[in-house]
Design a binder for this molecule. Structure first.
Ligand code: HEM
Length: 511
């Protein structure tokens, strides 16, 4: 009670007013938590946040207080508040100890890796091209005698993007790809006395399982101790062992680290950028090297795959956009692989592709929800009082949820067609600029380090597939089912990306 009085006094002293409060739900206030978990399970988590606020408080209420058992949570889809949390007042906020603890021991600080991402060498188009060729070969395996000429049969493109992303990121981080797209490509690892070879074949599975536990622990927030810890520990140990093996190889072999790849074209080039190799020039601490490389492996793997999956999910449902984009790509590059391009060049040469990627991230956000905790008493600039225009006092320890998807779906910010996939909106009136209402890669001090890499990778793969295939057919049944936001840290399509593709050089008159 003393704390409540202190909060009221502080709020008045600082000229703040309380935000609207969502009605408490369920046994001891656990109703919202239970509903949220149920919505996530049925692939509707991000939509559920919007519906709950709209239904309980109204469409024009953007910041609310939610009581859950013994703690209060703020949810804000107001860009002004989000800007304060992530940027202007970021010193008052950080990720919660619960989230940090949920991730432990899979993730670590980013101090060493940050400079790596300001360098252009992470955009290795030769590396991407090798894996795109593997992707095309994997797509071709979905063609057989029973297919109409030039067409694949119906298949799910999404897992192939996940394979590609894992193969690319393991090669970029450790130099040796796991080749999940085509295990026959995997090279024998050199002998390393005293260290067993890592379980490369199953590393993707261990990472998936680890993510499932991170997600579940994170959702339970401070009640995560209710879960058993051994399954999480088991998968973490396997992921650690995988990383440690490469760290040891690099520490023992130094510049000859990539010698095991000698017979593979391009991949064995000594000047090639390998994150572990660069970090090992700065520290020889094996635990630091393991943590930092795993940080990038985890953050960079599935996010890009999910983005590519959603892009093709949406393109398959919007033939007008597919045709326009393909015309653009062929006009600029013909059938040749684009060369020497960074994100800026792609953006200037292919503004429509840039718009398609942004619109995909808006309509199907890869990271639909973010969160922070107040490190000290602080203020949110808007949302309090009867007109919801007063600042809000936030006591130390309060958690804020930032539903980025809900911000990207506000009709007052995006117009009446906010729920339509329409890339043109990004090019109108001289091009829409990013504000805090669009945060696919986060914002402020903790924003995504891999944003440029992710954009280049998504753009490059899209260009190469558009050159190769002239038609895409949505093969989902029923074809017009709702989008299913399947959330395991990143948000991927819960129904996959069921398509048929038609090869461009095949008989164009075929059905
Ligand atoms: C579409 C693809 C991607 C999306 C949507 C995305 C999104 C995000 C977001 C929202 C954050 C900020 C989290 C926060 O505010 O707490 C973040 C952080 C980060 N991302 Fe990405 N990301 C993507 C791809 C990548 C790639 C390809 C890499 C690396 C190769 C990467 C590396 C990182 C790193 C290192 C961080 C910082 C993590 C930390 O602070 O510990 N991301 N990303």
């Amino acid at each position: 009670r003393n704390e409540r009085r202190r909060i009221e006094r502080e709020a008045i002293r600082r000229g703040c007013s309380p935000p609207p409060v969502m009605p408490r739900k369920g046994f001891m206030g656990f109703g919202w938590l239970a509903e949220g978990l149920r919505a996530t399970k049925t692939d509707r988590g991000p939509q559920h946040v919007i519906e709950s606020i709209d239904q309980e408080m109204g469409k024009d209420v953007h910041t609310v207080l939610v009581g859950i058992f013994d703690y209060d949570l703020i949810v804000s889809r107001d860009p002004a508040n989000v800007q304060a949390v992530l940027a202007t007042e970021a010193h008052d906020w950080d990720i919660s100890e619960h989230r940090a603890a949920s991730w432990e021991p899979l993730k670590h600080s980013r101090s060493l890796i940050r400079p790596q991402f300001s360098m252009q060498q992470i955009n290795d188009l030769d590396l991407l091209e090798r894996h795109v060729q593997q992707l095309i070969a994997a797509i071709s395996r979905h063609r057989d005698g029973g297919c109409a000429q030039g067409w694949t049969r119906k298949f799910d493109l999404q897992p192939l993007f996940y394979n590609l992303a894992l193969d690319v990121v393991t090669e970029m981080v450790y130099g040796y790809s796991v080749h999940s797209q085509n295990p026959a490509e995997r090279v024998e690892l050199p002998e390393l006395p005293g260290h067993e070879p890592s379980d490369r074949a199953n590393i993707g599975k261990h990472m998936d399982a680890g993510k499932f536990w991170v997600e579940t622990r994170g959702a339970l927030w401070k009640y995560r101790w209710l879960l058993p810890s051994w399954p999480f520990s088991k998968h973490c140990a396997a992921v650690h062992k995988y990383a440690e093996w490469f760290v040891q190889l690099r520490l023992r072999r130094g510049d000859d680290y990539l010698d095991g790849l000698q017979h593979q074209q391009g991949a064995a080039n000594k000047d090639r950028y390998v994150l572990l190799h660069e970090l090992a020039k700065m520290t020889q601490d094996p635990v630091e090297l393991r943590s930092q490389t795993l940080n990038v492996l985890i953050a960079g793997r599935d996010t890009t795959a999910a983005l590519l999956g959603w892009a093709f999910y949406l393109l398959a449902r919007h033939p007008r956009v597919w045709n326009k984009l393909r015309r653009d790509v062929l006009e600029k590059f013909g059938h040749n692989p684009p060369r020497g391009f960074g994100t800026k060049e792609f953006r200037v040469l292919l503004p429509y592709l840039h718009a398609v990627i942004n619109e995909t991230l808006r309509v199907a956000p890869v990271v639909p929800l973010n969160e922070r905790v107040a490190l000290r008493d602080t203020i949110l600039p808007r949302g309090g009082g009867p007109n919801r225009d007063r600042p809000i006092f936030v006591p130390k320890g309060t958690q804020i949820l930032i539903p980025t998807y809900a911000m990207a779906q506000r009709p007052d910010l995006w117009g009446p067609d906010y729920d339509q996939f329409r890339p043109e909106r990004w090019l109108e009136d001289g091009g829409r600029r990013f504000g805090f209402e669009f945060l696919p890669f986060g914002g402020g001090v903790r924003q995504c380090l891999g944003q440029q890499f992710a954009r280049i990778k998504a753009a490059y793969v899209t260009v190469r597939l558009l050159q190769r295939y002239d038609r895409i057919e949505n093969a989902e049944t029923p074809p017009d089912g709702p989008m299913r936001f399947h959330h395991t840290i990143e948000n991927r399509s819960g129904s996959g990306v069921q398509v048929r593709l038609h090869e461009a050089d095949a008989d164009p008159s075929a059905p």
